[in-house]
Design a protein around this ligand. Structure first.
Ligand code: ZN
Ligand code: ZN
Length: 91
């Protein structure tokens, strides 16, 4: 099975585990852990922004699913499950 790689569709920048994205609710988290869904307020980000030049990225927005390379159907389902599951409160 091909390994899934996460990279910006526009510039090929690859997110590091230490990278974080900010939500409009003020929460920041690693967006690829949750399929683009804010774990605090539950907002689903259909598009994900590449981090800016300071992180080596292009700062452009792309559909979240386009970030996954070699994405299999089963993984699409997994991401969909993450996005639609009940929220557990963030401590
Ligand atoms: Zn939020
Ligand atoms: Zn980029």
């Amino acid at each position: 099975m091909a390994e899934v790689k996460i990279a910006c569709p526009k510039c090929d920048w690859e997110p590091q585990p230490s990278d974080h994205w900010g939500c409009t609710c003020g929460h920041s988290w690693h967006t690829f852990d949750t399929g683009g869904r804010c774990p605090k307020c539950g907002k689903i980000w259909e598009d994900t922004q590449c981090l800016g030049a300071w992180a080596g990225g292009c700062a452009q927005w792309s559909p979240h699913l386009e970030w996954y390379r070699n994405l299999d159907e089963w993984l699409k389902d997994e991401i969909e499950k993450i996005r639609t599951k009940e929220l557990t409160p963030v401590i």
